[in-house]
Design a protein around this ligand. Structure first.
Ligand code: TYD
Length: 257
């Protein structure tokens, strides 16, 4: 691990140069942050669970025709992905009011929205990922009109698919965040889904009990984060018998060597 070239270290992942040009290894850490990294913690085994959940979702999305950067999972915490130029815009899809939209617009958390709402935030840690309008995206050249249209189209398609997938395992998909990238192929440049989809960037509520199965457990000091993430994985049929704490321990030692 230490012999590989680190390209970037983010809040929840480390990116290393991949084995072939145009590839990257995404390493999923156990670090958790919230409120623009004001709150920090470690959730033992989170990286393992998120790596597997994201693999499952990206594979399913590729099957329905959404282009993604995912190539293959290469270990408990790592996946091989296509290198892309990340578009500095976070795309949020909301089905039910929670978090930011509830605060901004005074809508009670849990209120179903009249239709799915797509929002954009400017990807900037310094500024705290501020909410922006499409006009900002275009005026500042963060993405062009075609990319905006594609991101919106894919976001809604992913929302339809994931809402059904999670409903099938008794979970409401309240909202989630996506990141897209530009993949250059010769003269062409295509927009593809990048980053990850995991309980770190989604709100997932149990349909029967309303229990939160996502990062709000960490943000709001509810505890039981790993049990919740593992429950999502278990319902998806991932890592059914794994002792995550043991895996987390082993793999983390590996990274520090
Ligand atoms: P939002 O309610 O806008 O923000 P907050 O997390 O501060 O309540 O978030 C909507 C969804 O998008 C939520 O599931 C968290 C996710 N998200 C991220 O994962 N990263 C981000 O930088 C932002 C802005 C949102």
């Amino acid at each position: 691990m230490s012999r590989r070239n680190k390209i970037y270290e983010g809040k929840a992942k480390v990116l290393f140069e991949g084995p072939e040009p145009g590839t990257i290894i995404q390493y999923f850490k156990d670090d958790a942050t919230a409120f623009n990294a004001e709150k920090k913690g470690t959730l033992a085994g989170k990286g393992v669970v998120n790596n597997h959940i994201s693999e499952y979702i990206f594979t399913a999305l590729a099957d329905i025709g959404v282009p993604t950067h995912f190539i293959e999972r290469t270990s408990m915490r790592e996946q091989l992905v296509k290198a892309v130029e990340i578009i500095p815009v976070e795309v949020i899809v909301r089905n039910i009011a929670a978090g930011g939209i509830s605060k901004r617009l005074g809508i009670d958390e849990g209120t179903p929205l009249p239709r799915p709402i797509v929002e954009f935030c400017y990807k900037s840690d310094e500024l705290g990922d501020p909410l922006i309008a499409e006009e900002h995206v275009l005026a500042f050249g963060w993405a062009d009109e075609i990319e905006l249209e594609e991101m919106t189209h894919y976001a809604l398609r992913i929302n339809d698919f994931l809402s059904g997938l999670f409903a099938g395992i008794g979970i409401k998909l309240v909202d989630f965040k996506l990141e897209f990238g530009r993949l250059y192929e010769g003269e062409d440049c295509i927009t593809i889904l990048a980053d990850e989809i995991s309980p770190d960037g989604c709100r997932l509520w149990d349909m029967k009990t309303g229990e939160k199965l996502d990062k709000d457990r960490f943000r709001r000091d509810l505890g039981g984060e790993m049990e919740a993430y593992q429950e999502v994985a278990r319902r998806l049929g991932i890592l059914p018998n794994a002792d995550i704490t043991e895996i987390a321990d082993h793999q983390n030692k590996g990274q520090k060597q």
